[in-house]
Design a protein around this ligand. Sequence first.
Ligand code: NAD
Ligand code: IPM
Ligand code: MN
Length: 350
Amino acid sequence: MQRIAVLPGDGIGTEVTAAARTVLDAVTRRHGIELAYDDFDWSCRRYLEHGAMMPDGGLEQLRPYDAILLGAVGWPGVPDHVSLWGLLIPIRRTFRQYVNLRPIRVFEGVGSPLRDAGAVDFVVVRENVEGEYSEIGGRFNRGFPDEMAVQESVFTRAGVSRIADYALTLARGRRSYLTWATKSNGIVHTMPFWDEVLAERAAAFPDVRTDREHIDALAAKLVLQPGRFDVIVASNLFGDILSDLAAAVAGSIGIAPSANLDPTRTFPSMFEPVHGSAPDIAGQGLANPVGAIWSAALMLEHLGHPAAAADVLRAVERSLADPAGRTRDLGGEADTAAAVRAVVGHLSGS
Ligand code: NAD
Ligand code: IPM
Ligand code: MN
């Protein structure tokens, strides 16, 4: 029996997590897999009632689980830095989930907003615990003419090497092509360091073709030729931006999944859609559940259930190919519940 900690969070986080649970229940029943779930109400709602996103010792409570399934956190009235530093970021960092894996595909029937996008199937490997998202910095002289904000980016050789190795190994199992997204013209001091470490690691993978791209030029290429990419590795902030861009190229942020992985399996990994709590559509049953459902498939894969994971992904493909399975963000008319029914209806059990 594997144990899952479920953190639905706020807004549509709760709606898409319930959707993912419905699909998980259906697929695990068909495949004879036993998962046990514990729900945690850690959220902005909790913050407003108790003054903290999670209780003292919250991370210790999560530690024994085999995986964490998260919706999204954030709600108007609670500053984002409170909700994010109070829950999401400590989980990623404390549990050393240094890989944020974000696959992107253009599904049949969904289509890209781009003309002639063609076949698109790539993965953004985002460094998830260092870099631009560091705790070093602050706001100074608030309200005075000398006001300033400082943020240090911290990149370590160990941190860049392990994400490079992960991305190179992943590429080797796919189309053996890795793009690394940096900004190599020396303006940003940290990026030539990334280039050096990536080049060193790539030398150990002579069978993987690599291209180095400036992040700004890469953003344009993702729009112009999304089909040419296989694996893209990027720092924390660059990977964050690329993954929303890539999700839009694939039709909607609503379908994009992510896996926050501790590849050493010392700590639980966390699975969540790329999107946020979307207060603008929360409570209306309009959220696209596919990002959360695909994240649940990544969780099944991680837990050692590849057949069930593949079954979910095939069911997602089939449901999206059918207009009845597409939510409004994809130009369809399905509400969340109808989209979930479509996915469950396409599970094959094999
Ligand atoms: P968002 O992803 O919540 O929303 C951006 C836009 O995409 C909105 O118009 C929204 O309606 C739409 N959208 C998002 N998911 C959708 C879905 N599943 N189906 C249909 N449409 C969808 O991003 P935001 O507006 O920048 O952030 C809102 C809140 O979420 C903020 O508090 C932010 O900090 C938080 N956030 C949390 C996480 C997380 O917990 N992992 C991630 C991103 C943003
Ligand atoms: C994501 C989100 C988070 C991030 C925010 C909410 C801190 O945008 O998971 O992509 O930047 O990592
Ligand atoms: Mn993001």
